[in-house]
Each structure stands twice: as C-alpha cells, then as structure tokens.
Design a binder for this molecule. Structure first.
Ligand SMILES: Cc1cc2nc3c(=O)[nH]c(=O)nc-3n(C[C@H](O)[C@H](O)[C@H](O)COP(=O)(O)OP(=O)(O)OC[C@H]3O[C@@H](n4cnc5c(N)ncnc54)[C@H](O)[C@@H]3O)c2cc1C
Length: 371
C-alpha cells in the first residue's frame, strides 16, 4: 500500500533508465544536461553495477592495428572510421565530464606486441593511418620495434607497434565519479532494483515493474541500458553475452614498463596499475564456454593468462596473482552498438563489445537525443 507522499514523490518520473553501468549513467547525465527540469531515475539491479562497467581493464582505447586489420575483413572502411571516431568522441566526453585527475586518466599511448607470423601487419600501418587520418589528424600507428628490448618481453615478441591515441584510467574511480556526477546533477540512482517488466501505456508513457516492489513506476520515456542482459526486453535482437576474464598480480618492484598493451587482435590486453600487472582476455580460446552471462572463471583461460604472464610478458620471474574476476560484455555480428527506438517510448543503447569505456559516454549522449 502506497502513502499519498510516496505516490506524489517516488512513483512518476519523466525518464527512467534501466541499467546503472557506464551507458545508463551517461544517459542520465546527458538527459539532465539537456533537460534540467526533467526528473531522471536510474534503476540498477545489483548493489554495485553488475555487468562490465566496474569489471573492465580501464583501457581508453581506439583499437589496435591487428584488431582494425581484422575488422577490415568484416566491416566497411566507413564503419571502421565510425567506430574509431565514436571511441575518440566518447573518451573526450568522459575525460572532460569527469576530469582526468578524478579518473586517473593518463595519456600513455599504447603498444601492440606482434609475433613472427604477424610480420605482414607492419605493411598495413600506412593504410590504417590514412583510414583514420580524418579523425586523429596525425598518424596513429608507428613501428617502435627498435625499442623492444627495454620492455623485457619474451624473445617471441618480434615487433612493437606504438599507438599514440590511447590511454589508461582507473575503472573504479571512473565509475564512482560518474555515479557522483549523476547524483550531483539531480539524477536518482537506485541499486538493488531489478526491472522485471516494461509495460507500454500507448503513446503516453511506460510502466516499469521492479522485483520485490508491488507497485509500478511510471515514466514518459524509458531507456534500456542493460547491454548483455538486454535480451530480457528485446529478445529478437542480435546480442550474445561474452565473458571477459582478468587477473591482477601483487605489486612488482622492478616492472620495466608502464602504460597499456594489447596483442592478438585485441583479444589479450595488459597494463600497469599501481605497480601491478593487470592482464585479461583469452575469450577466443574457448568461445563456446565464454558465450555466457555467468560471472565465473574458466580455468583453461586463467591458466592461459598465467602462462602469458610468466612466459611472455615478464618471463623467468616469480609473480604472485592477487585477484581474478570476470565481467560480462555483449557482442553481435557487427561491432556497431545498437542505438535504437524500440517503441514509441522505449529506446535502447546496448551491445558495446569491448569498447564501452571508450564509447559509453557518447552512447549516453546519443540516447538523450531520443527524449
Ligand atoms: C573484463 C573486461 C574488460 C574490459 N575492458 C575494457 C577496456 O579496457 N576498455 C573498454 O572500452 N571496454 C572494456 N570492456 C567493455 C566495457 O566494460 C563494456 O563495454 C561497458 O562497461 C558496457 O557498459 P554498459 O553500461 O553498456 O553495460 P554494463 O556495465 O553491463 O551495465 C549494464 C547494467 O545493467 C544492469 N542490469 C541488467 N539487467 C537489469 C535489470 N533487469 N534491471 C536493472 N538493471 C539491470 C546490470 O547489473 C549492469 O550493471 C571490458 C569488459 C570486460 C568484461
């Protein structure tokens, strides 16, 4: 039974956002920036955001050379340019909205490690730089193999490609700052609020049902920002969950490098965080098992990550793994995210692949334009 006060103040909003990850929160902030008088509620099912936004590696990345060359097989040049541009634009919004200091952003650049069988990729540097020139206005990729020895990688690593457009941030600080920003701008953010159903009310709005709450909440418009979990609301969509796994070592006192690194078409990535090595990826080793929304660890992938750590990244050294975790991403046949009006009053912004840190803020801005 609701009180008069509850009915007056807690049951009707202008905009409701389902999902409190980077996209949901960015949408909320963009909506309040555009419509300061409108009320905005974000409903998040977990106590913490429980998808990918607090689980990721914190790479502010626009794509590695091998990833882009692989994408050229399945995407048009225009799509590849669009994806890089979205990543670049999204990162600009994120950095200026939250402040680089607040999120520990460092424009470190990045390196991609190439192996003997990938030598041909060096021949694509000029082509990809030209493709991305309208966005970055200077060459993004260069061959930095002459510096290879200073990193101390295994001798299996034969070439190093530098990317000047990338950086690293602290994922926890970024999400905390984003929640704070949303709340400061007047957004209501409710956790432990899992939406079970969206009910259309013709042209006038939607009613949202929440688990363990007997009353529906009404909004003029609702935004689905649940990424890998969006099939619940849009079952016909091309969305597959994809688990990503990460480990982090204890601090390493003489780590010879900082910054961020990729290899194998972006399937593996590692970086320095507070003197530790964070290493993730390996989904391509077991695609079937990793097409899941279960937050578990796959021992085959964890063993592979450890092998890469001990044999490739910091060979012949004893390192201790401190923590391991997984997060759930969303993939489809194309890398383009879904930004679409589902019905008169429901809009979705989902399927961000492994790019959500980069494109999440831009997606929020685009979603706010549907309001
Ligand atoms: C291990 C790992 C490493 C990654 N590394 C990077 C990286 O370095 N750089 C990069 O750009 N990207 C990276 N990504 C991808 C990036 O994290 C995601 O693309 C991004 O976080 C997606 O944001 P989102 O808000 O769309 O989804 P999510 O963060 O998944 O947010 C969706 C939210 O919806 C909530 N939800 C689901 N169902 C409901 C419901 N019914 N009711 C209410 N709430 C609901 C979930 O709890 C979740 O919090 C990585 C991902 C992983 C897993």
């Amino acid at each position: 039974m609701l009180s008069y006060w509850e009915k007056e103040s807690f049951i009707t909003y202008d905009f409701i956002i389902i999902g409190g990850g980077i996209v949901g929160l960015s949408t909320a902030v963009s909506l309040r920036e555009k419509y300061p008088q409108k009320s905005v509620l974000v409903l998040e099912s977990g106590f913490l955001p429980s998808g990918a936004s607090t689980k990721n590696a914190g790479f502010a990345c626009v794509g590695s050379l091998s990833e882009i060359v692989a994408d050229m097989r399945t995407h048009s040049s225009e799509e590849i340019r669009q994806l890089a541009s979205m990543r670049n634009e999204g990162l600009k919004i994120l950095r200026s909205r939250l402040g680089e200091g607040q999120i520990d952003y460092h424009h470190t650049g990045s390196h991609e490690l190439l192996f003997h069988h990938e030598k041909h990729l060096l021949g694509h540097i000029d082509e990809v730089n030209k493709l991305l020139e309208p966005i970055f206005e200077q060459p993004v990729f260069s061959d930095n193999t002459q510096q290879i020895n200073k990193f101390g990688f295994s001798s299996e690593v034969k070439f190093l490609i530098e990317n000047k457009a990338e950086g690293a941030l602290h994922t926890g600080k970024m999400m905390k700052a984003l929640i704070q920003k949303a709340v400061e701008t007047g957004v209501e953010y409710k956790t432990l609020s899992r939406v079970s159903k969206i009910e259309e009310e013709g042209k006038t709005g939607v009613r949202i049902r929440i688990e363990n709450f007997d009353h529906s909440i009404r909004a003029e418009k609702c935004f689905i920002c649940t990424n890998a979990f969006a099939l619940q609301f849009m079952p016909e969509s091309d969305i597959s969950p994809g688990r990503g796994q990460v480990l982090i070592t204890e601090p390493v006192f003489d780590l010879p490098w900082k910054g961020i690194y990729h290899f194998d078409e972006g399937y593996y990535y590692f970086r320095e965080v507070n003197g530790r090595i964070l290493l993730g990826g390996g989904r391509n080793l077991d695609f079937d098992a990793e097409t899941t929304s279960e937050f578990e660890l796959n021992s085959r992938i964890q063993q592979d990550l450890e092998a890469k750590l001990y044999e490739l990244i910091f060979p012949k050294r004893k390192l201790n793994v401190d923590m391991r975790w997984s997060g759930i991403m969303a993939f489809g046949k194309t890398k383009m995210p879904i930004i679409k009006q589902i019905s008169e009053n429901v809009v979705a912004g989902v399927r961000l692949g492994g790019m959500g840190v980069a494109i999440g803020s831009l997606l929020g801005k685009r979603l706010s334009e549907f309001a």
